[in-house]
Design a protein around this ligand. Structure first.
Ligand code: IPM
Ligand code: MN
Length: 368
């Protein structure tokens, strides 16, 4: 039996209640696929900060690095000034654990929940590979003459050859593994950001031509990308982009796949500890009301198992989510699903428990 230690950060707002449902489903998957999942809880988040005035203990990343994976609910508290927890917990963990990829699949499970006219599941199925450690997110910059009429604010986008190249290589490898259209689109702004995206574009073609000749290289400006998400989402297979553009386009991506209730992502360190989360935030107004959609957190759990190499168990969770969405839910939005948070978790858990699983095929023996 395979044994995995998983750190759990429920976090703020509705984070803990959606994480509870994700664990409910993970436990069913574990039973079915003969895995042992051991959870360790961490109380990082707004409540802890308000109580102790410490955003994140310095030992947090060191401690968390012992785990192969982390399941995160949400970070963000209405009584804490915006930025403190986001930068102090979420971004700090992403950086300190070198989770240099933010992997965000955009997949429509049911056309009823797509806001785009005539778009069906076969039209919306792509993945955004967002650089997760650099760009505008590093905190580089500063003020000059702050508070005076001459005030200057500078916020710099940091793009290193090493950081850009490792992100691109991950995206190329991912495109190859996914094996759908074998097409990778670089999303940038080469017509204006002539330094940052010059580096991205040169590295993209250099690495692609040398090591990934089987992958078609495509390019789209970020503004055009948002247009195509709405007009022709079927054009995309895998998209690779910088941190800020990735942040923006994946919110739009979430909307076309059915909303924040279903959108999950993984902060990935391919050689280290990765952290999986619903991308929707803490939704404080829904806290404790049993109305928030837990599917995004459940899908984060699915991505976590996939990262651990438990691809069959992950696939089974996804199938159970799809079946629940198609057969039971009235909506993917909080309070409108036709079921409560816990009941949606129960539906997925039950569907998964009832599903016939095809045992893994033994590798075919070569005939002599
Ligand atoms: C996300 C969020 C974060 C980001 C915020 C909360 C710092 O919007 O995960 O997309 O900008 O990366
Ligand atoms: Mn975001």
């Amino acid at each position: 039996m395979k044994n995995y230690n998983i750190a759990v950060i429920g976090g703020d707002g509705t984070g803990p209640e959606v994480v509870r449902e994700a664990i409910k489903v993970l436990d069913v998957a574990a039973k079915k696929f003969d895995l042992k999942l051991n959870y360790t809880d961490y109380d990082f988040g707004g409540e802890r900060y308000l109580r102790t005035k410490e955003v994140l203990p310095d030992s947090a990343a060191t401690e968390l690095r012992k785990f192969p994976a982390i399941l995160l609910g949400a970070i963000g508290h209405p009584d804490v000034k915006p930025g403190i927890l986001e930068k102090g917990i979420l971004l700090r963990l992403r950086f300190e654990m070198e989770q240099y990829i933010n992997l965000r699949p955009v997949k429509l499970y049911d056309e009823r929940f797509c806001p785009l006219k005539d778009k069906k599941p076969e039209h919306i199925d792509f993945v955004v590979v967002r650089e997760n450690n650099e760009g505008l997110y590093t905190g580089s910059g500063g003020f000059v003459f702050k508070g005076t009429p001459n005030e200057v604010a500078v916020q710099e986008s940091i793009n290193t050859r090493r950081g850009v190249e490792r992100c691109l290589r991950y995206a190329f490898d991912y495109t190859r593994r996914r094996h759908k259209e074998n097409k990778l689109t670089l999303c940038g702004k080469t017509n204006v950001l002539t330094y940052a995206f010059d580096l991205w574009e040169r590295t993209f073609h250099e690495v692609g031509a040398k090591d990934y000749p089987d992958i078609t290289r495509d390019y789209a400006h970020v503004d055009a990308t948002t247009m195509w998400f709405v007009k022709n989402p079927e054009w995309f297979d895998v998209i690779v982009t910088d941190n800020m553009f990735g942040d923006i386009i994946t919110d739009l991506g979430a909307m076309i796949q059915g909303g924040m209730g279903i959108a999950a992502g993984g902060n990935i360190n391919p050689q280290g500890t990765s952290m999986f989360e619903p991308i929707g935030g803490s939704a404080p107004k829904y806290t404790g009301k049993n109305v928030i959609n837990p599917l995004a957190a459940i899908c984060a759990g699915q991505m976590l198992l996939d990262f651990l190499g438990e691809t069959e168990a992950a696939k089974a969770i996804e199938d159970a989510v799809i079946s629940t969405v198609r057969n039971h839910l009235k909506s993917l939005a909080a309070g409108k699903m036709g079921y409560g948070t816990k009941e949606v978790g129960d539906l997925v858990a039950q569907t998964l428990a009832d599903a016939k699983t095809v045992p893994a095929k033994a590798p075919a023996k070569k005939k002599k």
